[in-house]
Design a protein around this ligand. Sequence first.
Ligand code: SIN
Length: 543
Amino acid sequence: MTPEWEASADLVVVGSGVAGLTAALRAREAGLRVVVVTKSAISDGNTRWAQGGIAVVLPGGHESGDSAQRHAADTIAAGGGLCESAAVTSILAGGPAAVARLRRRGAVFDAAADGALALGREGGHSAFRVVHAGGDATGAEVERALADSVRRAAIPVLEQHLAAQVLLAGSGAAAGLLVLAAGTGVPDRPGVVRAQSVLLATGGLGQLYQVTSNPAVATADGLALALRAGAAVADVEFVQFHPTVLYTGPGVSGTAPLVTEALRGAGAVLVDAAGDRLMAGVHPLADLAPRDVVAAAITRRMAAAPSGVGDHVFLDATHLGPAEFGRRFPGVRAACQAVGIDPARQPIPVAPAAHYHCGGVVTDLRGRTSVPGLFAAGEVARTGLHGANRLASNSLVEGLVMGERAAAATGARPPDRHPPEPGPSSGPLLPVATDLGALRRLMSRHAAIGRDRAGLAAAQAGIARSVTQRLPAGRADYEAAALTLAARVVLTAAAARTESRGCHVRTDFVGRDDAEWRRSLVLRLDESGVPEVAGAVLATAAR
Ligand code: SIN
């Protein structure tokens, strides 16, 4: 693939979600030349779909008795013993300033009757501390405010451009990107963006599974780019399933509308087809238990149900009534009404779906990966905040804080008077699964909620049989290659972790084994590009 065009910048940001746009704005404020590369339109990322909000303890604006320490304790409890205490303290401490900055950039949050910001509650939180916008449209408002700011700052955004490869200098440092102009109906035009720093902010890997709350762009691109550049990843076995996406019928696949946890924060309860409560007695927080606990309980109840009703349960929010439901949850109401359900009058059919990758590219608290000049922020990164199971609404706060810090860290890199020459930019041969439908079926059957040794091995073998080694021909091929690699990485880590913890539920190793496994698995690619466990990092959080 011969590059047909070239651009240069101090920082190239891949992805236009909350972390990427925050980083671009910060870099521009610091006087850096920054370019954003996004394979779709600027607002098509995952951020837009976030419903619940931003978890933050605002000085002078929090529930009585709440504190940053309580928020940290809830995060660590949800994280199943694998959070890094320094990451939890540091990132959550950055929340109030990040929200204030976002408001200065134009984001408007919902206000309570007294004029203070209205606070919602979600699973795993011991207090009302989730700020939200447009009822259940927080992500859309955050994305709008950041995208408007980026336009006002005239930051170049290469829309419909796919990052195909991180280019490395002879020293091994990142030196730019091989990019494919990949608009629909437009012939793919490869180009090179030379940059001293590359920031991956590409989101997650929901499209690995048959049903996901993630949009079509969530194809693990950043994880694959980082691994192929030599970076380490960790906690990748922890794929969080949201307990409640809208169930629209048997065998439906693809992106499913989220039914926000904030509904349970407002008193909605999970029931089965017989109307029996699911969460009573399962956890002290009942319907507001951490997400992994609720998703696993739903999965167990579905498995025990008579055939025909075993693929969903119900969320009963009828206590809210039509006016309150419409005011607080307009997005969920619209999604329900689109499939003929009136959620203020009838229980909403729901099922778990792939939602968030708790692990990712290992970074420090300045967004630096193990490859000099390569940074990562947001869902693609693993800072140690989430551990084995992310606390609800901690992702936007992480993206805001770490996007800002990563950009600051790129600015702090000493300017290179002789910018490194990127090495060959033809792009390597990559393993590509030829049938993504089959790959998703394997992952959903064997690597979702409930995994065992035989199933994980069957998934690995099935993927190996369907893979061909080729030079990706365009965007679809690169996405398939990224998903193929992500599947292998998740399966390798899931097979290695012989216990159950957080989002990783092993039916052949029931229960948590702290003596052996209170550690994060670190993976890299070996010389032939195969994922291998390269080490382990002991967890530092208190429990
Ligand atoms: C939700 O609104 O339930 C999702 C929020 C999140 O994933 O943090």
